[in-house]
Each structure stands twice: as C-alpha cells, then as structure tokens.
Design a protein around this ligand. Structure first.
Ligand SMILES: Cc1cc2nc3c(=O)[nH]c(=O)nc-3n(C[C@H](O)[C@H](O)[C@H](O)COP(=O)(O)OP(=O)(O)OC[C@H]3O[C@@H](n4cnc5c(N)ncnc54)[C@H](O)[C@@H]3O)c2cc1C
Length: 448
C-alpha cells in the first residue's frame, strides 16, 4: 500500500472511521486509504485472505452507513482523486474517490456538466452506481445514463474495464446495481453543454401546499425537458440571505433548474410566479451550475443524525397530497425535509431493462428525510420519517431508489427496487462475485 493504513487504536482512527451520518458508529478493524488501483487490488486481496468483511467507501454519504463495517476492512477511496476533462470527446474521466463538487468544478471550466445529485459533497462512487437523480435528470437523464465506462477491481483482485464493448454484462450491472460487483477506481462520463442555469428555490406559505402540489403534479408530467423542479417541504434557515420574517417558518416550495435559452426563462417562470399569488420567497435567477449544485452544502454538513425512507411514485392523488401536507408541514426539526425528485423527461425515456434502474415509468423519486444535529433527537426524527413513509407508502409504486434506503429495510425491498431486473443482476453477480465478497451494500445475492 502506498496510501495510509489506519488500524483500530492508531492515531486518526476515530476521524477516519466517521461517515457523513453521525447515527452510524461503526468500528472497522482496518481502513485502507487507497491512492491508486494497485492499493485497491492489495486491499481486496488482503481482506479476502484474512476473511474480513469488505466495505467500499466513496464519499461516505450513504444514509445506512454502507461505506463502513464493524470489524472489517474499509476500502476508503477518499484519497483517489482527479478529474480529466476531454473537451473534444466531451467526456470526463473521474477517479473513484471524487465527490460531485470536484467534478462540477472541473467540468464547469469547459462550460459542461454531467448529471448528479443536489449536494456537492456526495460521493461520485455511491451515487453513480445506485443511479443518480438531481437537477439535470429531466434534461440529461440519470447519472447512469451518462456513464460510458468504468475501471474496476473485481472480487478476485483482477482489474477490468467495462463499457459497451468490454464486459457489457458488467457495464449493464454497474449502472444501478450499486457496489455489488467490485471497486470502481475510475468512471468515464458523457458531458453536456450546461453552464449558467436559471435556478434556485421558490417557496410558498404552507396554506398554499395543496394548490401548489395539485398544480405541480400536472405541470411536471408535460414540462419541457429544460425545466426541472423538485418539490419540497422545508424550514427556512434562520439567517441571511433569507428574509427575517420567514426565519424558521415551514414552507412548501419547488427548487428549479432551467437549462433552456435564458431569454425564454421568463415565459416559463412568470406564470408560475403569479399562479398562487407572489411566492413568499423567490431566489430563482441565473447562476453557474456548480453554484446551484453547492447551494445546500453548507446547510447539511457532515456529522448530523440522518434517517431516511424512499419510494418511487407515479401519481400524486388528492388523498396522497393530504397525507403529505399532514406530515410535511409538521417537520420534526429545521433540517428535516421531504423531496419529490422528477425522474421523467430524459430519464424516463430509457428502457426499463436497458439498465438495472427498473422504474423508468415513475414520475418521482420521493424521499422523506429526518435530520438533526442532536443525537438526543435521533429517535424523534426516525419516528417521524417512519410514520410519514408508512402513511405514503400505499400510494407508491412499491420499490425505492436503493441509494435512499437505510440498511435495515430487508432483502425484499432490494428486490422490489429492481423489479424484473433483479434476476439478471443475480446472474451477473454470480459470474463476477460468486462468494458475495462485496456484500456491504443493498445486496444482490449471487444466483445459485
Ligand atoms: C446529503 C445527501 C444528499 C444526497 N443527494 C442525493 C441526490 O440528490 N441524488 C441522488 O441520487 N442521491 C443523493 N444522495 C444519496 C447518495 O446517492 C447515496 O447516499 C450514496 O450511497 C452516496 O455515495 P457515497 O459514495 O458518498 O457513499 P459511501 O457511503 O461512500 O458508499 C455507499 C455505497 O456505495 C458503494 N461505493 C461507493 N463508492 C464506490 C466505488 N468507487 N466502487 C464501488 N462501490 C462504491 C459502496 O458499496 C457503498 O456500499 C444524497 C445523500 C446525502 C447524504
């Protein structure tokens, strides 16, 4: 290993074992901070020889803490950095341990971007391998729809490149199948001409929630691909730049990202601005794409308690809206929230079997997020999240986005998330990881 090896008891161990969600308190036997594919190969081989559980850590953001493991070996990719943009080929080669803020910064210099999530500190590794939905989903598809190639270390320590021509089965599986198939040391993404966007939050008072949701559910189904807007219940933070009279108020709103011609933006937003009376807060305006991507980073630093539940949703009935309002306007803390991310548009036009992501017919990825800095409030935010989810689950499609599930949801939920693609995933798992070496994840069991 050229990178650091941090054992239990050694200096820096406690800092190194911490992940984004402070509810997760695991004690690995050893953390291998890999700096290149050679280190990853050494770590996988060593872990297998020693019979250790292997966890792969990209950005460490997984809600269920699947980037770490008690008593096992953590393959920590946080030192595996680097982004190389090829402006002619319109691609970016991204090292396996990057976070999205690093990628956005590097590609923005060329006036380009690839779709990812809405927080810049999230890892490229976990987000991509699970799917990746965010501000550009309707315009450019999911992150996996823009993944052209991966370099990987497999369970036997061998190294492969997977793309449409080489190991096409593996290339299919990593576009949604999570960290089940090996350690990705490098990703190749397609880039799009996304530079300055018109975006930001538009918020209304909670008494407008029903009207806004009823309008939004119709609007987003037929909206042009250039318009992305995720719905949220949230609390206005108590500080600038937010107006004082709104501080700590629960609101409903839509966070927009418009990627069309700037002189047409008014045609899109003017009618929305007057639809329910003027929005109580309107921060929608031109901003560099990385600024929108990083807009919420400071609000959600690492080290908070975090519990979330998700579902895919096709229709928002009046009854579902009523339940949303009941829970969404009664948030248990100022950081807790509910988001409905649209995944129609370009993301919805990919075939259900083209990648493992089977819910191409969903309109939204819904996520209910209980968050609070105080460990003493962990039970409260967890209970609210579960109650909210229980109330809304009957109105969902059954499965959920694997990246927004906890680690306690059970195998049936994982299967449900892949629908008919699950069997194919199990066969590919049996070929590349027959002993289920990579099992610290939303696990796909090898076919027998
Ligand atoms: C604040 C926050 C905001 C988020 N916003 C979004 C969003 O907008 N859109 C969205 O789609 N998701 C979002 N997510 C969910 C996110 O996609 C998942 O939490 C994801 O697991 C995070 O990836 P990571 O690399 O940071 O996680 P880690 O905890 O490091 O890893 C999670 C899992 O990914 C696998 N993994 C990670 N890197 C690799 C690799 N290089 N090779 C193989 N396997 C790997 C591991 O198996 C591990 O089980 C968000 C999460 C948080 C906490």
């Amino acid at each position: 290993m050229r990178g650091q090896v941090i054992e239990r008891g050694s200096e820096g161990y406690n800092e190194a074992r911490a992940v984004y969600n402070a509810m997760i308190d695991r004690h690995p036997a050893v953390i291998a901070r890999c700096v290149d594919a050679g280190d990853v190969i050494a770590a996988v081989r060593y872990g297998r020889e020693q019979g250790l559980d292997l966890a792969i850590r990209g950005g460490g953001h997984n809600g269920g803490g699947l980037g770490t493991v008690n008593d096992g070996l953590v393959i920590d990719l946080s030192s595996l950095k680097g982004v190389r943009v090829d402006p002619q080929a319109r691609t970016a080669r991204v090292a396996g341990g990057c976070v999205w803020g690093e990628v956005d910064h590097a590609t923005h210099a060329f006036g380009m971007a690839t779709p990812s999530g809405i927080i810049g500190t999230t890892g490229v590794g976990g987000l991509t391998l699970g799917g990746g939905m965010g501000h550009l989903s309707r315009k450019c598809g999911l992150t996996i729809d823009n993944l052209l190639e991966v370099d990987m270390v497999l369970a036997d320590g061998s190294f492969v490149t997977a793309n449409a021509d080489q190991h096409p089965d593996l290339y299919w599986a990593v576009r949604g199948g999570g960290g089940n198939f090996g350690v990705v040391t490098s990703f190749l993404f397609r880039l799009h001409d996304i530079d300055t966007v018109i975006g930001g939050p538009m918020l209304w008072q909670p008494d407008k929630s029903k009207e806004v949701m009823q309008w939004y559910r119709e609007y987003i189904v037929d909206a042009p691909d250039d318009v992305n807007g995720f719905f949220a219940f949230l609390t206005v933070p108590p500080g600038p730049p937010f107006p004082e009279h709104l501080h700590l108020k629960t609101m409903c709103g839509i966070v927009w990202c418009y990627t069309g011609p700037h002189d047409k933006a008014d045609q899109v937003f003017a009618p929305i601005r007057s639809m329910f009376g003027a929005p109580a807060l309107d921060f929608v305006g031109p901003l560099p794409h990385p600024a929108l991507q990083g807009m919420f980073d400071a609000l959600y630093p690492p080290g908070f308690q975090w519990y979330w539940r998700a579902d895919f949703v096709k229709e928002l009935s009046d009854a579902a809206i009523d339940r949303h309002i009941e829970y969404g306007t009664d948030l248990p803390s100022i950081f807790s929230t509910m988001h409905l991310y649209p995944i129609n548009g370009a993301a919805g036009r990919v075939g259900a079997a083209d990648t493992p992501w089977a819910y191409r017919d969903a309109v939204w990825g819904e996520v209910i997020v209980g968050v609070d800095p105080e460990p003493a409030n962990a039970a409260k935010i967890t209970a609210w999240t579960k109650d909210y989810w229980d109330a809304l689950h009957p109105y969902s499609m059954g499965g959920a986005y694997v990246n927004m599930m906890m680690d306690d949801e059970g195998q049936a939920r994982v299967r449900a998330s892949y629908r008919d693609n699950y069997e194919r995933l199990t066969r590919i798992k049996a070929k590349y990881d027959p002993d289920n070496v990579f099992h610290v994840n939303q696990n796909i069991q090898p076919a027998q």
